[in-house]
Each structure stands twice: as structure tokens, then as C-alpha cells.
Design a protein around this ligand. Structure first.
Ligand SMILES: Nc1ncnc2c1ncn2[C@@H]1O[C@H](COP(=O)(O)OP(=O)(O)OP(=O)(O)O)[C@@H](O)[C@H]1O
Ligand SMILES: [Mg+2]
Length: 244
């Protein structure tokens, strides 16, 4: 069997004396849609930051595309094909929507301006709401539109793996009903996705496989379809209903 696209082994993340991630394994195969669920403070974002090169892990190893990328900074990871939509989206509020979007294609802007323009068009087809707002300051967008912009910006770097930390944060169900199918479509077209998601029911319905993380450790993982009926998941993350 060929090596997975992303393989993280024994990852540790510490902030001073706080051990946020305590030896975690996670992998994503090419073309896979993988979810991570867990309570607040479980260490999900810290793990994603270690994988995406936003921080250097205190221990463990990250391999992407078959090469050791442990501790490589995020711009190097983007160039290798791993883009992250961070928790809170990190939109530049006083720059226009278009300026924010083009940041995702920054490294190719000189060498391949036509390719970037074509990708920009594709993003605006994917998220038509951004099209009429291109010249607007990004801070004036709604939360849902900002999330669309953050995803489009990530996609503009032509990633093989898109990491999204908290897609649903602060968004109305009507927006989520639009965003999740877009991710499913992108995955169908071949993009691998690693999604951290607070709303477990959404995550389990759209992903192939899900990891459950608590207190800096992976508790278990499995096929999302099976975990959606697993008592451990029903009780802790889906608010199991009492039998009638
Ligand atoms: N920059 C930081 N400095 C110090 N401690 C931090 C920092 N970032 C996170 N932590 C701590 O690390 C632990 C894990 O936090 P992390 O944000 O990774 O969890 P999470 O699972 O993403 O939580 P949430 O669901 O609330 O987003 C928490 O105890 C948190 O307080
Ligand atoms: Mg988080």
C-alpha cells in the first residue's frame, strides 16, 4: 500500500507547561475526507497548527506527500500543497475581498498570472456571493461570506490537502447547508480534506472517517457512518436521545 498523503505520528504540542497535544497519530489518505471532533480545549487546533507548520511540534513527526515535513513553516507547507483555513478565518478586514483572495495565489502571481486568474474565476463560480463583493472591504462580509472567502483563499494555492479548523463556528444552519455540499463536491473532484468540526452531526454525515480527540489524546477513530451510531459518540457529541 502506498504511504498516506499526510501522516502524523506521536505529535506533541506544548505551550510552556501546558501540554495541549500528548502524542497523537493521525493520517489522511489521498482523496480522503477526514474529520476530527472533540470538546473545547481537546487540542484539535494545536494539532492542526503542528501539521500545517504554524507551530513546531515539541515531539513527533509529520510526513506530507511521502516526505518528512516536521517543523517546516506554513508557507513551505502551502508550497508543498497543504493549505489551512484557520480557526477564526483570519481574514484581513481592511483589505478588499479580492486582495484577500489573491493572497492564496501569491506565490504563483508572477510566474502564472493566467492560472491564478482562472482559479479566481473558478472560486467565484463556486462561491457566487463573493463575486459582487470583490471590491468591498472583507471586514464588511457576513460570517458565512468570510468563511467562503477563507476557503476560496486556501483553494487558490491549489492544495492537495485542505485543512479546515471549525467550519461552522458562528454560522447559521442555512449557510452550513450550503458550505458542506461544496466541500463534498471538492472532495469528489479529488481534493483531500481534513476538517475539525464542533458540530459532530454535520462532520459525521459528510466525512469518510472521523477521529475523536480529548485532553490532548486521540480516543478512537473509525468510519464516520459507524461512529454516527456508536454509543460513545452518541452520548458525548450527539446528545443521545432517550428511547421512547
Ligand atoms: N497560544 C496558546 N498559549 C497557551 N495555551 C494555549 C494556546 N493555544 C491553546 N492553548 C491551550 O491548549 C489547549 C488546547 O487548545 P486548542 O485550541 O488546541 O483546543 P481545541 O480542541 O482546538 O479547542 P476549541 O474546540 O475550543 O477550538 C487548551 O487548554 C488551551 O487553553
Ligand atoms: Mg480549536
Amino acid at each position: 500500500m502506498s504511504a498516506p498523503l499526510l501522516q502524523a505520528e506521536g505529535i506533541r504540542v506544548s505551550y510552556g507547561r501546558i501540554e495541549a497535544v500528548r502524542g497523537v497519530d493521525l493520517h489522511v489518505g489521498a482523496g480522503e475526507f477526514v474529520g476530527v471532533i472533540g470538546s473545547n480545549g481537546a487540542g484539535k487546533s494545536s494539532l492542526m497548527r503542528a501539521i500545517a507548520g504554524v507551530l513546531s511540534p515539541a515531539g513527533g513527526r509529520v510526513a506530507f506527500g511521502g516526505e518528512d515535513t516536521t517543523g517546516q513553516p506554513s508557507h513551505r507547507m502551502v508550497a508543498r500543497g497543504l493549505a489551512m483555513v484557520p480557526e477564526g478565518r483570519m481574514i484581513f478586514a481592511d483589505q478588499t475581498v479580492r486582495e484577500n483572495l489573491l493572497l492564496g495565489g501569491y506565490s504563483r502571481l508572477r510566474s502564472d498570472p493566467q492560472g491564478v486568474a482562472a482559479d479566481e474565476d473558478r472560486m467565484l463560480t463556486l462561491f457566487p456571493r463573493l463575486k459582487e463583493r470583490l471590491a468591498q472591504e472583507a471586514g464588511t462580509l457576513s460570517g458565512g461570506e468570510q468563511q467562503m472567502l477563507a476557503i476560496a483563499r486556501g483553494l487558490l494555492s491549489r492544495p492537495r490537502l485542505l485543512v479546515i479548523d471549525e467550519l461552522s463556528l458562528g454560522l447559521a444552519p442555512v449557510i452550513l447547508d450550503m458550505l458542506f455540499p461544496v466541500l463534498a463536491q471538492l472532495n469528489k473532484e479529488g481534493l483531500s480534506i481534513l476538517l475539525v468540526e464542533q458540530m459532530a452531526s454535520y462532520a459525521l454525515s459528510v466525512t469518510d472517517r472521523t477521529y475523536v480527540m480529548e485532553n490532548g489524546r486521540m480516543l478512537f477513530d473509525g468510519a464516520s457512518r459507524e461512529l454516527a451510531n456508536d454509543p460513545r459518540v452518541l452520548d458525548a457529541y450527539l446528545g443521545r436521545r432517550k428511547a421512547a
